[in-house]
Design a protein around this ligand. Structure first.
Ligand SMILES: [Zn+2]
Ligand SMILES: [Zn+2]
Length: 629
């Protein structure tokens, strides 16, 4: 499996007479990836026929060839004599050398041609501006209900529309209550009895009257009457059939829960009043933003209603659960609304400026070494103590994920641009450039990434300060490693490369499947096999687009694969062949559909891995026709 194959080897296997149809296409692609790249000469596979006439074992500095016409080999750069395309360098004169399993040497000219660019791994603080959209909401702790404390009929509701501002003590409800009347009469009876018993010496009677009096006073108090109101009833002897309910707090009537004339029971909600002097803002953060966000951080936000004005909120809660549909996390922040500008349900857009240290702790000068209220993030003190608002013990900022002290620049974490790593699932590979006069050496390296910081990733391990990482063209290097069956990102074990034509690159590689291929070939006629050609063509289009880092073209390519699968007539296949076709074509469609929706080049590449598996399986079973119809 680890046979090293040089360009010479590839050329040896390709004789001009075999350049047609599928194979021709594959060669073009292989060469497009392979130009000018040379590795140490490995052992040849024994089942390869060596055509001495076309092979040229060369030690000359550079040979120039045409990507469309590999038989062209000229000592100087220029145009292809057949098609007029610019020639590309084929072999450099760096000589034979032993390279590591993940290493590859590329001539300076080829590097330039492939637009491979590198940048220095440097130290710096990972800084990010986390942007979130949000919506203003009530502070749930400031919501109050006006409820009926006594059963009765609502004769008058003073605040007759929602949104009305009320002050503490304002009249809210005027209600009729038979129970209220009965209790008042009880009170007056008890009062009379107490007076009448004033002369008697019976303590028992006196005590009973006294108890009735106390009980009916208490009942009236529970109905919401004030001590003054009760005293007034006792002194004047006048009862009232109606009761007025006052606003317990100032705020805004956000809901009128009842209607005039309605009969209510004890506990029925009549109004909802909210104090809007403090509000909550619910922001939506992405999972990837989480490393940057902390309880107690400041969020600056603005609202389209107040252009140019910024507001400051403090994060008071980070939801421990991810929204399963939106894949976002709710972040709650508190904002002061003394000016009364903000209104619940307003849309806002917020930004958190966050800076991380090596250990992923947030660096915040205002909170380093401080103590914070666990329920009230606005409570920040220099020393341990208690929250002024709720009395809970304060918590050390460190325990909430903040750095304990400010860190010097030389201890800052390592950063690489986001374009450097190739990420599939949990693996991340970068290509390190080792400069050399004859042409740089590129080495694949697995790295452990920390959080993403805007245009950078924090690198936890795998790289050293000052090393060069490839930021552009890494996929081309990876393709080349695949072609050479070396460990690459796409095939980490260096095995059957999901790129190009497996049989071409690794002769005998799929011999195990030859039997099944022949069997099913009987049931899949030449028409069926020919019908697969457009699918293969579109598949290679995607590969080219990815090699060129062309996101738009790759997305189009996936769409084209998706479309072309639908045009292939399944009745061309019979029996087992039809079963295989249906199974694989649905996998192809699925991958293609996903690819057509992918938004990043990284996603497009990992989808390509999926698609490749199916396409290679397809080719293994059915093969391909040598000439296109
Ligand atoms: Zn040409
Ligand atoms: Zn508190």
């Amino acid at each position: 499996m680890n046979d090293k194959i040089t360009n010479n080897n590839i050329l040896q296997r390709i004789t001009p007479k075999s350049v047609s149809g599928w194979i021709g296409l594959v060669i073009v692609i292989i060469l497009a990836f392979s130009f000018g790249i040379m590795t140490s000469g490995g052992s040849d596979s024994s089942d390869v026929t060596v055509h001495e006439d076309t092979a040229e074992v060369s030690s000359k500095p550079t040979i120039w060839t045409c990507s469309m016409h590999p038989q062209i080999k000229l000592p100087n750069p220029g145009k292809c004599p057949i098609c007029g395309m610019d020639l590309i360098p084929l072999v450099t004169g760096v000589g034979e050398e032993e390279l590591g399993p993940r290493q590859i040497r590329i001539s300076n000219a080829a590097k330039e041609l492939a637009k491979i660019q590198s940048t220095v791994v440097r130290r710096g603080f990972a800084e990010a501006e986390i942007r979130m959209v949000g919506k203003i909401a009530y502070d749930e702790r400031k919501v109050n209900y006006i409820t009926a404390w006594v059963p009765g009929r609502l004769d008058r509701l003073y605040a007759d529309f929602t949104g009305m501002t009320v002050n503490k003590g304002d009249h809210m409800v005027y209600m009729y209550s038979p129970e209220l009347l009965a209790t008042q009469e009880e009170l007056l009876q008890a009062k009379k009895a107490e007076k009448a018993l004033g002369q008697t010496k019976s303590n028992i009677l006196k005590e009973t009257a006294e108890q009735t009096l106390v009980a009916s006073r208490e009942k009236l108090r529970l109905y919401g009457l004030t001590d003054e109101q009760i005293k007034e009833i006792e002194t004047t002897g006048k009862t009232t059939t109606h009761l007025t309910i006052n606003a317990p707090i100032g705020g805004v009537v956000v809901h009128k829960n009842a209607k005039e004339g309605m009969y209510v029971k004890t506990g029925t909600q009549i109004y909802t009043i909210v104090d809007l002097s403090k509000l909550w803002v619910y922001f939506e953060a992405y999972e990837s933003d989480l490393p940057w966000l902390r309880y107690g951080q400041k969020v600056q936000f603005s609202s389209p209603s107040f252009p140019g004005e910024t507001f400051n909120a403090t994060i008071s809660f980070i939801d421990p659960v991810v929204d399963p549909k939106k894949r976002t996390i709710k972040i709650r922040a508190i904002v002061n609304n003394k000016k009364n500008l903000l209104k619940p349900e307003m849309f806002v857009s917020g930004i958190v400026k966050s800076k991380l240290d090596n250990n992923g702790k947030v660096i915040d000068e205002n909170l380093a070494g401080k103590w914070i209220g666990p329920m009230h993030p606005e409570e920040v003190k220099d020393k341990p103590g208690f929250c002024d608002i709720c009395g809970m013990p304060l918590v050390k900022a460190e325990e909430l994920g903040y750095a304990s002290k400010t860190i010097s620049d030389k201890d800052a974490p390592l950063l690489i641009p986001v374009t450097a790593p190739m990420i599939t699932g949990k693996r991340a590979v970068v290509y390190v450039e080792i400069p050399n006069e004859d042409g740089p050496l590129f080495e694949g390296r697995e790295v452990v990434l920390g959080p993403r910081a805007g245009k950078f990733y924090v690198v936890k391990s795998g790289l050293k300060e000052g090393e060069l990482v490839v930021v552009n063209g890494a996929f081309k290097i990876d393709s080349e490693l695949q072609i050479q069956a070396k460990p690459s990102m796409m095939s980490p074990d260096g095995g059957a490369a999901p790129v190009g034509h497996g049989n071409m690159v690794m002769p005998g590689n799929s011999s195990k499947k030859m039997k099944s291929k022949k069997q099913e070939n009987k049931q899949a006629g030449s028409k069926a096999i020919a019908a697969l050609n457009p699918l293969y063509d579109r598949y290679f289009d995607i590969q080219m687009s990815l090699a060129n880092d062309d996101l738009k073209a790759a997305v189009k390519g996936y769409q084209a694969v998706y479309d072309v699968v639908k045009t292939i007539d399944m009745t061309l296949f019979e029996g087992d062949a039809q079963m295989s076709w249906m199974k694989i074509s649905s996998a192809v469609s699925q991958s293609a559909e996903k690819g057509a929706k992918d938004k990043s080049i990284e996603d497009l590449r990992s989808t390509f891995l999926l698609l490749s598996k199916s396409v290679i399986e397809l080719e293994d079973i059915f093969g391909h026709s040598e000439s296109k119809n």
